[in-house]
Design a protein around this ligand. Structure first.
Ligand SMILES: [Fe+2]
Length: 267
């Protein structure tokens, strides 16, 4: 398996928003964990501070912090000119993006290789995956390499209930209550490539494509967010897109998407 760099770099204005958001996240993290700022080693060393007792509450709380902070929406506003060309029209952005925490050698922190379309997402949706630090080999997201064609076949799935009940804090923070992993042949697995990245880069993940990570084999905790984008005009009755656009999500949240680009901005 090889490293590839099929990633994009944020514009300077978006990078500035990302830097400021990371600063706020670190300050919030120190306060939440009761760690003095002077001794805090950074988000990439979170495994030193997180335990099985505080992990779920931390994950839920940092998610709510990110949602109320609004910095990711500001970042998206700074990057939207790039995305307008890609979507060729108006764009909605995920209103409550998911924070992911993947500690070294903790298989349960990862959901494995999957397609979000097998969880009800639409193939019109694209995820913008943003790490908060450099991502060394083994810590990141795996995808089919840009030179490789994904297998054109139906897959068998490894379905498994997780310990995260539907509507639990962990589930609200983005952890599935049921896993739905594609079963790949050895030859197909060998085509999956790891995306090593620098802080300030992001990865586009089409939700009909196979992606994921099974374990973080680096010695750093990877903290990332994934934020979906979808054309405001996309209609897909085979997915949950319409329901997510129109129904509040519960736990005090509104609908899944909010408008990022609309009307005359795209003309
Ligand atoms: Fe996914």
């Amino acid at each position: 398996m090889n490293d590839v760099r099929g990633v994009k770099k944020f514009s300077p204005a978006a990078q500035d928003e990302l830097n400021k958001l990371k600063d706020r996240l670190e300050v919030w993290t120190c306060r939440f964990l009761g760690v003095p700022w002077e001794s805090f080693e950074g988000l990439s060393k979170l495994h030193k501070y997180l335990t099985e007792d505080n992990l779920d509450e931390f994950h839920y709380s940092i998610s709510r912090f990110v949602w109320s902070d609004g910095g990711l929406f500001d970042l998206a506003l700074r990057e939207k000119d790039t995305w307008i060309e890609l979507f060729n029209g108006d764009i909605d952005v995920q209103a409550y993006p998911h924070v992911r925490i993947s500690r070294p050698d903790c298989a349960s922190d990862n959901v494995g290789f999957h397609r979000d379309t097998d969880y009800g997402a639409s193939a019109y949706e694209v995820s913008v995956w943003i790490p908060f630090d450099d991502v060394p080999h083994g810590a990141g997201m795996w995808t089919f390499g840009t030179a490789e064609r994904e297998p054109l076949r139906n897959f068998d799935f490894l379905k498994r209930e997780t310990e995260h009940l539907r509507g639990s804090k962990k589930n609200i923070a983005g952890a599935p209550y049921r896993l739905n992993n594609v079963i790949l042949t050895d030859a197909e697995r060998a085509l999956m490539v790891h995306n090593s990245m620098r802080f300030g880069e992001y990865l586009f993940i089409p939700l009909g494509g196979i992606h994921g990570s099974e374990i973080n084999s680096s010695n750093l905790t990877r903290v990332s967010v994934d934020m979906r984008l979808v054309s405001s005009r996309a209609v897909d009755e085979t997915s949950t897109l319409h329901r997510r656009r129109t129904e509040p999500m519960g736990d005090g949240r509104g609908t899944y998407y909010r408008q990022l680009v609309g009307g005359s901005e795209t003309l």
